[in-house]
Design a protein around this ligand. Structure first.
Ligand SMILES: [Fe+2]
Length: 194
């Protein structure tokens, strides 16, 4: 899989259309999580593609929330992103704001993990450590069941994502916590130097 872009160009495009630090941080998180998953699931040769899709998946959201996933192809064309990358980006909003269905395993992972990173991030901020370093799957399960907690993170999307992958929810939780642990420090550092 070829993204046809450099990380530098991807970051420049992300920052051109996103000012909110929270949005940049979310993009970096999904980038790191997707890179981790690519390596974990033996798609290492495509890890940069997975990562760039993660970095840019919400590129149009801040500026064009009403056209989320619809505006993305036009923005991604500015850096000559490949059709494969555009497909991957658009598929993460399937059923919500896009009719591009997740087909490739990476697309299914991104669909499932995107909302979940939001839930894990919110749960991490509640912890004394402010981190998911010491987060257990059991405590995340409780947050998942508590509908009032991080209500904006759709449990239905996370559940549907796990189903599309054919994974147990607990498996998706465990892997995504591990993925976020691994990229937490480097993201904090990159945010400091924005
Ligand atoms: Fe997202």
């Amino acid at each position: 899989m070829n993204a046809n872009i450099t990380r530098e160009d991807a970051m420049a495009l992300l920052r051109k259309y996103n000012q909110e630090p929270f949005h940049i941080q979310h993009a970096l998180t999904v980038e790191g999580v997707m890179r981790w998953y690519a390596n974990e699931l033996r798609y290492g040769d495509d890890a940069e593609f997975w990562a760039m899709a993660g970095l840019l998946h919400d590129v149009d959201f801040e500026k064009y929330p009403e056209e989320h996933c619809l505006k993305a192809p036009e923005l991604l064309a500015e850096i000559h992103a490949s059709d494969e990358l555009i497909h991957a980006v658009c598929s993460h909003g399937y059923g919500l704001c896009s009719d591009v269905e997740p087909e490739h395993e990476m697309e299914k992972i991104m669909f499932a993990a995107d909302e979940l990173t939001g839930l894990i991030g919110a749960a991490a901020r509640m912890r004394p450590s402010k981190s998911c370093r010491d987060m257990e799957v059991s405590s995340l399960k409780k947050k998942f069941k508590d509908k009032r907690f991080a209500a904006g993170c759709s449990r239905d999307v996370i559940r549907e994502g796990a189903e599309r992958l054919g994974w147990e929810l607990a498996d998706l939780f465990e892997k995504t916590i591990l993925a976020m642990r691994e990229c937490e420090d480097s993201i904090a550092m990159e945010m400091e130097h924005l």
